[in-house]
Design a protein around this ligand. Structure first.
Ligand SMILES: Nc1ncnc2c1ncn2[C@@H]1O[C@H](COP(=O)(O)OP(=O)(O)OP(=O)(O)O)[C@@H](O)[C@H]1O
Ligand SMILES: [Mg+2]
Length: 309
């Protein structure tokens, strides 16, 4: 399976939200990371065939999706960021309804609903009205409906919002098992959601996207650049201006800070192993400065400008 977006632009009135997205995805889990308003949902809705791009094309196995008719949607499972439920529907009614919309025969859909609700842990709640489900249960119901047609491409917009840690692990296991021989794209702004599950990660900001890379490749970008040290609270502002602070923990009268800086930030700083969250903060700090026309660009950051132009 191959999904390819070629030079996708999208504007809403005079606001350009996607500015030339080109991405090729093959089987496996892809994480789409980006802050609020980056354009993740817009990109996902184009892939889910809910929105048309202003310019550009989407290809599935080399064929333009607009020439595939209903075949394209039949291959897609989509979990929207915001889901609405009819007030009278039970979980069971809702899944039957979605199955009917997807054209799945009733006897087939019954078995499928039983299997899927078992995998997402909703079996005991199927007869309850779904508007009374908790946030996490609604998400799990959403994941089940996205999987109903056994899609080749599964697109999940913020699938883990509202899930507790145990549910997140369950979710990861479902997705990992499912992603064999298929494409899964999941958007989030929570780095840990994609860290362990995604084969490759795309970072998105200001309508641009960085080509998919592994978490290890992102982390390599800030190798030897992550430090911790303690400072009085009054000095925090100095580091806020000169480096990217990835964490601050109060320690008695001082603060222990975790900083991403290409130079050793002070004599007491101790180098620590970088993680994906550090890389995310580093990249978005660079992009945000670039967008505002502020801040210096370091040699490592200039490597990024080849991908975000
Ligand atoms: N239908 C629309 N009409 C006008 N503007 C829109 C529409 N949909 C999205 N936008 C704008 O496009 C930009 C990107 O929105 P989008 O929902 O794609 O971001 P996102 O990355 O999914 O954010 P979040 O993490 O908050 O879900 C925002 O500025 C948003 O206001
Ligand atoms: Mg969104």
């Amino acid at each position: 399976m191959q999904l390819h977006m070629e030079s996708i632009y999208k504007s809403f009135r005079d606001k350009e939200v996607l500015k030339g997205i080109t991405v090729k995805m093959e089987n496996g889990v892809y994480g789409l990371l980006g802050p609020n308003g980056a354009g993740k949902t817009t990109m996902i809705r184009i892939l889910a065939d809910i929105l048309q791009p202003s310019k550009g094309q989407v290809f599935i196995n080399g064929q333009d999706k607009n020439t595939c008719g209903d075949d394209y949607r039949a291959k897609i499972g989509y979990l929207p960021q915001d889901m609405n439920f009819y007030p009278d529907f039970s979980g069971w009614d809702y899944l039957q309804y979605v199955a009917a919309l997807k054209g799945i025969p009733t006897d087939e859909s019954k078995m499928r609903i039983i299997d899927l609700t078992n995998s997402v842990g909703l079996t005991g709640d199927l007869r309850r009205r779904c508007i009374h489900y908790s946030g996490g249960m609604k998400r799990r119901l959403g994941i089940a409906q996205a999987l109903l047609n056994d899609p080749q491409i599964l697109i999940l917009d913020e699938p883990t919002a509202g899930l507790d840690p145990q549910e997140r692990i369950k979710f990861r296991n479902i997705i990992s098992a499912f992603s064999k021989d298929r494409i899964v794209l999941l958007s989030t702004h929570i780095v840990s959601d994609v860290d362990s599950i995604a084969k490759e990660i795309m970072m998105m900001e200001y309508g641009f996207i960085k080509k998919p890379q592994t978490g290890t490749e992102y982390i390599r970008l800030i190798e030897n650049c992550v430090w911790t040290f303690q400072i009085p609270v009054s000095e925090l502002i100095v580091y806020q201006h000169n480096a990217v602070i990835s964490n601050v923990v109060p320690k008695g009268n001082t603060m222990e800070v975790r900083v991403i800086d290409e130079q050793k930030p002070n004599n007491d700083a101790v180098q620590v192993p970088p993680n994906l969250e550090d890389a995310y903060l580093y990249i978005f700090n660079y992009l945000s400065n670039k967008h505002k026309g502020e801040g210096k660009v370091s040699p490592r950051q200039s490597d990024l400008s080849a991908d975000y132009n």
